[in-house]
Design a binder for this molecule. Structure first.
Ligand code: CTP
Length: 402
C-alpha cells in the first residue's frame, strides 16, 4: 500500500513525522509532500530521513525558471500511484483550496489529479475552525467523499481553548488503515453477501429483471474480504468480475438465490443482503418462445421474501438489509427495519440522478436501532467501507460476532 502524506503549514506539522513512522509500522509506503508553509515549521530533511524517500516540496522545482518539466508531470505519477492521500495537519487554507479545486502547488494538484480516497486531519486556531467559511468547506469536501478526521478539543498553541487541535496520530492512522481496507476487524468471521439482480424467466429468451449492476454488493464483498472476513458472495447475473479471494455462487432466479442464501446462513456471522431481488415472477414459464399475437397479459406471482426467511431462520447472525426507495425514503426504510426485524438497513434514494442503480457512486443512510448514519455521495467502494464500519459498530455484532 502506498499513500501520499501532505503536510501543510501549522504548529502541528511536526506531529506528521510520527504519523510517517506509525504508517510504516503498518507496512504502508509513504511519500511526503510538503507545502511551502509547512517548510516554515519543519524541514524536509526530517521527513526525508524518516520516510527514506525524497520529500516533494514544489510543483515546478523550488520556483526555478524555466519550470522543471520533470517534476511538473511527477504530480500526475504520484496521484495515479497512491492508494490514499492523507493531509495532516490540514490548515484552513488547504481545506479552502481543496474545496475550490485550486491547483497551485504539488499538494493541491495531487488532490485534483488523484482518484484515490482522501483523508484530511484539520488543525487550526479555534476561531478559524469555527468560521463559517471553514465549516462550509468541510461540508463540501465531506459531500465529495473526503474523509475528515475531526480535530480534538483542548488547549491550542495560540493560547485559546476549543476544537482545533490535530486529532491523535492513532486516530489519524486508524482512519487511513480503515480507508485502505486493511483494518482486520472482520478476521475469523464469515460474511454472506448477496448482490446483483435476479432474472425471472418468461420463456426461453425473455425474462424480468432490474437495473442492479451488482457494484454495491461486490464492493462490500471486496471490503469485507480485505478486512479479514471469509466472504460468501451469492450473485445474480452481472457484467462485472467478482473480487478475488471471495467464494462465488452464481444464481439466476430469486428462488435460486433463496436456496443458496439459506444454505450458507448457518456458517455465516453476518448477512448483507444487497441484491435487488425481483419481487414478482411470471406465474408460468413457457417452454417455447411466446409468439406475437396481439395484446397479451402476463400473470405475475410474488417471489419469496428471502430476507424475511433468513431472519426467521437465523440464530445469532447479524442481518443487514438494503432498501431502494423513491419516496418517503427514511420513513419507509425505518418501517422495513422494524417489520423485517433487521439489525440495520441501508437505504438509498434511487430517484436521485447519478447515484445508486447502475452507477459507480452512491449516497446512503444506514439505520440501525440505535443510530442513523448519513453517508454522503462517494464511490461505492468507500460506501462499502462505511457500511462495514457500521456493521462492526453494531453492539450486537460487537458482542456476538465481529
Ligand atoms: N429482498 C429479499 N427478497 C425479495 C425482495 C427483496 O430478500 N423477494 C430484500 C432485498 O435484498 C433488500 C430488502 O429485501 O435487502 C429490501 O428490498 P426492497 O425491494 O427495497 O423492499 P421490499 O421488501 O421488496 O419492499 P417494497 O418493494 O414494497 O419497497
Amino acid at each position: 500500500m502506498k499513500i501520499a502524506l501532505g503536510v501543510s503549514g501549522g504548529i502541528a506539522a511536526y506531529k506528521a513525522a510520527e504519523i510517517v513512522r506509525l504508517l510504516q509500522d503498518h507496512e504502508v509506503w509513504v511519500q511526503v509532500i510538503m507545502t511551502r508553509a509547512a517548510r516554515e515549521f519543519v524541514t524536509p530533511l526530517t521527513f526525508a530521513a524518516l520516510s527514506g524517500e525524497k520529500v516533494i516540496t514544489d510543483l515546478f522545482g523550488a520556483g526555478t525558471e524555466p519550470p522543471n518539466l520533470e517534476s511538473s508531470v511527477e504530480h500526475i505519477a504520484v496521484a495515479q500511484s497512491i492508494d490514499a492521500l492523507l493531509v495532516a495537519p490540514a490548515s484552513a487554507g488547504i481545506l479552502a483550496k481543496f474545496a475550490a479545486g485550486l491547483a497551485e502547488d504539488f499538494l493541491t494538484t495531487t488532490f485534483i489529479a488523484t482518484k484515490a480516497p482522501v483523508i484530511v486531519a484539520p488543525a487550526m486556531n479555534v476561531n478559524m475552525w469555527e468560521h463559517p467559511a471553514t465549516q462550509a468547506n468541510l461540508t463540501l469536501l465531506r459531500s465529495r467523499g473526503v474523509r475528515i478526521v475531526e480535530p480534538d478539543s483542548g488547549h491550542l498553541a495560540c493560547g485559546m481553548t476549543g476544537p482545533g487541535r490535530l486529532a491523535t496520530n492513532e486516530a489519524i492512522v486508524a482512519a487511513v488503515m480503515e480507508t485502505l481496507g486493511t483494518a482486520q476487524d472482520f478476521a475469523g468471521k464469515t460474511v454472506l453477501v448477496t448482490a446483483g439482480p435476479t432474472r425471472e424467466k418468461i420463456d426461453p429468451v425473455r425474462y424480468l429483471t432490474n437495473r442492479s449492476s451488482g457494484r454495491m454488493g461486490y464492493a462490500i464483498a471486496e471490503a469485507a474480504q480485505r478486512r479479514g472476513a471469509r466472504v460468501l458472495l451469492v450473485t445474480g447475473p452481472v457484467a462485472i468480475a467478482p473480487p478475488s479471494g471471495v467464494e462465488v455462487t452464481r444464481v439466476e432466479t430469486a428462488e435460486e438465490m433463496r436456496e443458496a442464501a439459506l444454505r450458507f446462513l448457518p456458517e455465516s456471522n453476518v448477512v448483507i443482503m444487497t441484491a435487488a431481488v425481483a419481487d414478482y415472477r411470471s406465474k408460468e414459464q413457457a417452454g417455447q418462445k411466446i409468439k406475437r399475437k396481439g395484446a397479451m397479459t402476463l400473470e405475475l406471482e410474488p417471489t419469496s421474501d428471502i430476507l424475511a426467511e433468513l431472519v426467521r431462520k437465523k440464530t445469532s447472525q447479524v442481518v443487514i438489509g438494503f432498501a431502494a426507495e423513491t419516496e418517503n425514503v427514511l420513513e419507509n426504510a425505518r418501517k422495513k427495519l422494524v417489520s423485517k426485524a433487521l439489525d440495520a438497513i441501508v437505504v438509498n434514494d434511487v430517484s436521485r440522478e447519478g447515484i445508486g442503480f447502475d452507477s459507480e457512486r452512491n449516497a446512503v443512510t444506514i439505520i440501525s436501532h440505535s443510530e442513523v448514519v448519513e453517508v454522503p455521495e462517494m464511490s461505492k467502494r468507500e460506501v462499502a467501507q462505511r457500511v462495514l464500519d457500521a456493521v462492526a459498530g453494531l453492539s450486537t455484532v460487537a458482542s456476538k460476532t465481529v
